[in-house]
Design a binder for this molecule. Structure first.
Ligand SMILES: *[C@@H]1O[C@H](CO)[C@@H](O)[C@H](O)[C@H]1NC(C)=O
Ligand SMILES: *[C@@H]1O[C@H](CO)[C@@H](O)[C@H](O)[C@H]1NC(C)=O
Length: 764
């Protein structure tokens, strides 16, 4: 079934190459400045021998532009794409690809009306472009020197004659919105390596004692590693490398993580895989994604199974083993001939012991989720303490695995540990600490008393107002001042009739005791009863990093909040202000993020009732004179929504925090775009490129790696995988280690549907 789907998918990918034979204007080889190809015209640029062409092709309701085989000896639906501009980028149906007058190739996306990809060659004196006969798109200057070439920017494929060296990466296209986590690199040691994320190497070529300079696929189907003196030091060849009838070949890192050499078979009119790097597909790391087990079916293809559901069906709901919180104890379920390994994190504890002892060790270790026992000479017990694991199973494997399951009958299908029913209050708020409660309750009572007192005193003072004229607002001692109620005329007075506008519906004012305040106007439609109850709730929250509510006004058609005033404005502004930004060193930025995390953690877990922030972003983080953090705008949803119904969640705040963290590290304006971009660089182990260039020397790389990892955990699509604010605080403090995050994706976090589609078939 899955295999069928995968076949349909991969063939539709190639079927839809839009080649406009009808009215298209085809350039032969040389592409002049100013030329353009577009989706609508379905025209293309071909190489002079006609073997390759560059054009748009459709890809899941959108379009990509790339180079594909174009030879008439290959049927249109098998004209495989070998290079794509911007790899995973898809564009709208009115997009175009243009060689513009400045000498740059640009891809304009009609869906966003933005340039989605560019060759970054403007002002490098590029005067012409050519799609060469070997499938290489090159941009040349007047002297005919190559300024840019597609061979230096590979996607997932290497063609004969193309060099692959240390700066290059092959990565399969992702069916989700971010790049695949498999990649082919050339290591510093000069070996080719297949990696999963940045941490796990599951295949290495050749001999580390000799240092290769580059890898090249020859036209005769031999893949070689070549040293500085042009001497081949390692090579592999396909079954048909001597076959002179084979005209087309390519090497591709497929979506299933295997590297394969393909050649075109004229007789069968098909692409055939003549070599693959990892012989047994089940040995490709995490080939079945999270929680799946790789097995071979009767016809010899690798398929993914879920051992954790009774039916064994592999779906996106293939569940994890139980966590440590089984209500009524747990039991170990045994899987014969099965090898399990952790993915997040990949490391595990290895103990030399017997199978029986291994089971006891796991049962008695509260954190143990599963264990694999192997006996190949010495008996090894590999204890896993993660809920994210993968594995393989085969009658020839002499390993035995046990998985811990809750014996609670409700948990026959174990649930994700952090799963909470929709709209229910997150678990953080369900944990009630009695002493805290008493403390908070007493505090609230105190605040209420102060409000009462303030109101009482205030009325008293107001009567004397005509006599005393000014100083009308010095109702209570400023040190014990609670949340005061003001009339609309008083608000007008202290803002000098809303003279100083400092933000959207926010005005500056000065209390009679010269204390500056910021006054925020809310929608007049908020019901009075709800407004007052929300004010008393927000007014009772006190944390040094949360902006303090000083007062409010609630009259027939006025709803205003009076906050303490913070001098330097928002973090968003500070990042843009060159002078203030100088003060935002790496240390300061991390301290700021930590303060925000602490404040939000306090909102989530420290208040009597759970309060979400609901709108966490740099614009709502204010900085005072000493760049101390004051988080503003928290809990304002209480005013807008029915409490406990469309209630924001802690997980949403965590995601917003993740975005903010990436923005603080990168200094980028557009947080969403920055996250995607930062993740891709991080994945490619180019973390240093992410850092804001204004940080200069103050960067701490270890700390940045930690901050990025936790940020990407925060950005997980599956809310249940996001950390709590408390955990984030610990990671930023450096008191809790953080594993590399699972891949980020827009749709299906687990990628289980894609990883269940095994590509064991020889046709690409
Ligand atoms: C092009 O895309 C737009 C927006 O997605 C869609 O409304 C329109 O129908 C598409 N046109 C064609 C010809 O497919
Ligand atoms: C590959 O590398 C060799 C040696 O550095 C060089 O001579 C050759 O031009 C390169 N080929 C391409 C297509 O860049």
């Amino acid at each position: 079934m899955h295999r069928l789907e995968s076949l349909i998918f991969s063939s539709s990918f190639q079927l839809c190459i839009s080649v406009g034979f009808l009215l298209s204007f085809v350039f032969s080889s040389e592409i002049p400045l100013g030329s353009r190809i577009s989706v609508e015209d379905s025209n293309y640029w071909a190489s002079s021998n006609g073997d390759f062409a560059i054009g748009f092709f459709s890809y899941s309701n959108q379009y990509k532009v790339g180079i594909h085989f174009n030879s008439s000896s290959i049927p249109v639906n098998k004209q495989t794409v070998i290079w794509v501009a911007g790899a995973d980028l898809t564009v709208g149906n009115k997009s175009y690809f243009q060689f513009d007058q400045s000498g740059e190739m640009v891809l304009f996306d009609s869906a966003t009306e933005l340039i989605a990809w560019r060759s970054k060659t403007s002002y490098t004196s590029v005067v012409s472009a050519v799609l060469r006969n070997d499938g290489n798109l090159v941009l040349l200057n007047k002297q005919k020197d190559v300024v840019w070439q597609s061979f230096d920017n590979p996607s997932d494929t290497l063609l004969p004659g193309q060099n692959f060296s240390i700066s290059h990466v092959l990565r399969p296209p992702s069916k989700n919105s971010v790049s695949s986590y498999y990649s082919l690199y050339m290591a510093v040691s000069g070996q080719l390596q297949l990696r999963w994320e940045t941490s796990v190497i599951y295949w290495t070529s050749g001999n580390p004692s000799q240092s290769a300079h580059r890898a090249t696929l020859n036209t005769d189907g031999v893949l070689q590693l070549i040293d500085q003196q042009l001497k081949p030091i390692w090579s592999i060849s396909g079954e048909d490398h001597n076959d002179l009838d084979v005209k087309f070949r390519f090497l591709r890192l497929d979506a299933d993580g295997n590297l394969r050499l393909y050649s075109w078979q004229n007789a069968s009119s098909s692409w055939r895989s003549v070599w693959q790097a990892v012989n047994n597909q089940c040995d490709v790391f995490a080939t079945c994604g999270l929680h799946g087990i790789c097995v071979f079916n009767e016809s010899g293809s690798a398929v993914c199974k879920c051992p954790f559901t009774p039916a064994g069906e592999y779906t996106s709901k293939c569940l994890v083993p139980s966590d440590e919180n089984c209500g009524s104890g747990s039991s170990l379920i045994t899987y014969e001939h099965t090898f399990l390994y952790g993915i997040y994190p990949p490391n595990e504890t290895i103990i030399e012991t017997s199978l029986l002892e291994c089971k006891i060790l796991c049962r008695e270790d509260r954190l143990c989720t599963a264990a694999t026992f192997i006996n190949n000479g010495s008996a090894q017990c590999r204890i896993k303490r993660t809920r994210y694991m993968s594995g393989k199973s085969d009658p020839s494997l002499d390993s035995i695995s046990v998985v811990k399951m809750c014996s609670d009958p409700i948990a026959v299908l174990p649930q994700f540990p952090k799963s909470t029913p929709k709209n229910s209050v997150p678990k953080s708020s369900q944990i009630i600490c009695i002493p805290c409660l008493v403390g908070v309750a007493a505090g609230t009572l105190g605040v209420l008393l102060v409000i009462q007192l303030a109101i009482g005193l205030y009325f008293l003072r107001r009567r004397k107002k005509h006599l005393r004229n000014k100083a009308a607002f010095t109702c209570v001692d400023p040190n014990t001042r609670g949340c005061i109620m003001l009339t609309y005329p008083e608000i007008r007075e202290l803002t000098e009739n809303f003279k100083h506008h400092i933000g959207s519906k926010v005005f500056k004012g000065v209390l009679p005791d010269n204390q500056p305040v910021a006054i925020k106007e809310l929608s007049t439609s908020i019901e009075e009863r709800k407004f007052r109850s929300a004010v008393s709730k927000i007014g009772s929250i006190y944390h040094k990093n949360l902006l303090k509510l000083d007062g409010y006004c609630c009259e027939s058609n006025h709803r205003l909040l009076v906050y303490e005033f913070v001098k330097n404005g928002s973090l968003g502004d500070c990042l843009e202000d060159p002078k203030l930004c100088k003060r935002l060193t790496w240390r300061k930025r991390i301290d700021i993020c930590l303060a925000v995390a602490r404040a939000v953690s306090y909102l989530h877990t420290g208040c009597r009732e759970f309060v979400n922030h609901g709108n966490l972003k740099c614009e709502n983080v204010l900085l005072d004179d000493d760049l101390e953090v004051k988080v503003s705008e928290f809990g304002l949803q209480i005013f807008l929504s029915e409490v406990s119904d469309t209630w924001g969640t802690a997980e949403a705040d965590v995601k917003d925090f993740g975005k903010m963290l990436v923005k603080m590290i990168s200094g980028c304006q557009d947080a969403d775009a920055a996250c995607q971009w930062a993740y891709e660089h991080w994945l490619a182990a180019q973390g240093e490129k992410i850092a804001d260039s204004r940080l200069e020397g103050s960067l701490n790389l270890d700390e940045m790696e930690r901050a990025l990892r936790i940020a990407f955990w925060c950005l997980q699509v599956d809310e249940r995988m996001r950390p709590s604010m408390g955990e984030i605080v610990k990671v930023l403090e450096g008191t809790l280690p953080v594993d590399p995050p699972p891949p980020l994706s827009a749709h299906n976090h687990f990628r289980s549907s894609s990883s269940s589609e095994m590509q064991s078939d020889s046709e690409p």
